[in-house]
Ligand binder design. Structure first.
Ligand SMILES: C[S@@+](CC[C@H](N)C(=O)[O-])C[C@H]1O[C@@H](n2cnc3c(N)ncnc32)[C@H](O)[C@@H]1O
Length: 236
């Protein structure tokens, strides 16, 4: 159910609103992703998977897995993958795509996965961290479940450092992207959410700072399209 004031909130209703948002957009999520990114999100997710250095027999966890793009990308390398999300509608679409049952999709809150410590070789989150009520808590949970020597990877919208490009990008997210929500979901606030959530997210630099604080090694930042998208990597 959509809330009248929109989907973004920094108060205690945050998680509930995000859940409502994904219930509304789940049926059109994949289509809108393709259109608003000109199909480029597929390439960015492949890049995330490739930076995880996947190999057969490893265990991976894809948090905020949504409809499963990254989880399926990892599974294609012979990795045993668990995908976690708290939107039943998104998980339903992931399940429909999981014809070979290669991925285990699991309902759960990524801020408290209840998964064992030091368990996964690879832990990914794509376009998810920004949605959490506590992004630092999300990174701590990723770190907890990652094996020593395992890799954490975070793909999300970035904050371009070049002012004019930041303006163009921010204008696109603020004014153009909600049009996709209006046209395909009859719900412009659903896609206005992206811009709103970014205003309250410390983006690549904030993520990198926490990775260092968690004592990760090989901390690296991969910038895509002048930091419009970024991939942070850290090794536990
Ligand atoms: C923008 S989608 C990203 C989906 C997928 N990773 C992708 O890149 O296409 C964000 C996903 O995060 C999920 N999500 C947000 N907060 C969550 C939380 N606290 N626990 C579990 N899932 C969460 C939403 O339900 C949604 O499916």
């Amino acid at each position: 159910m959509a809330m009248a004031e929109g989907y973004f909130s920094s108060d205690e209703t945050r998680a509930e609103r995000v859940q409502n948002l994904f219930e509304v957009i789940a049926p059109r999520y994949d289509l809108i992703n393709d259109l608003q990114s000109l199909w480029l999100h597929r390439y960015w997710k492949r890049r995330l998977v490739s930076l995880s250095n996947p190999s057969s027999g490893q265990r991976a966890l894809d948090l905020c897995c949504g409809t499963g793009d990254v989880a399926f990308g990892l599974a294609a390398h012979g990795v045993e993958v668990t995908g976690m999300d708290f939107s039943r509608a998104m998980l339903e679409h992931a399940g429909e795509r999981n014809s070979a049952s290669e991925v285990t999709f699991q309902w759960g809150d990524v801020l408290n996965t209840e998964l064992p410590d030091n368990h996964f070789d690879i832990v990914t989150i794509a376009y998810g961290l920004r949605n959490l009520a506590d992004f630092e808590g999300g990174l701590k949970e990723m770190y907890r479940v990652t094996k020593p020597g395992g890799r954490m990877l975070i793909l999300d919208f970035g904050r371009p450092t070049f002012g004019p490009w930041r303006w163009v990008y921010s204008t696109y997210l603020r004014w153009m992207v909600p049009v996709f929500g209006r046209v395909f979901c009859s719900d412009a606030p659903a896609y206005a959410y992206i811009h709103e959530s970014l205003e309250n997210y410390p983006a690549q630099d904030g993520v990198e700072k926490i990775l260092w604080e968690l004592d990760c090694s090989e901390v690296a930042l991969h910038r895509i399209l002048g930091s419009a998208m970024t991939i942070n990597v850290g090794v536990k």
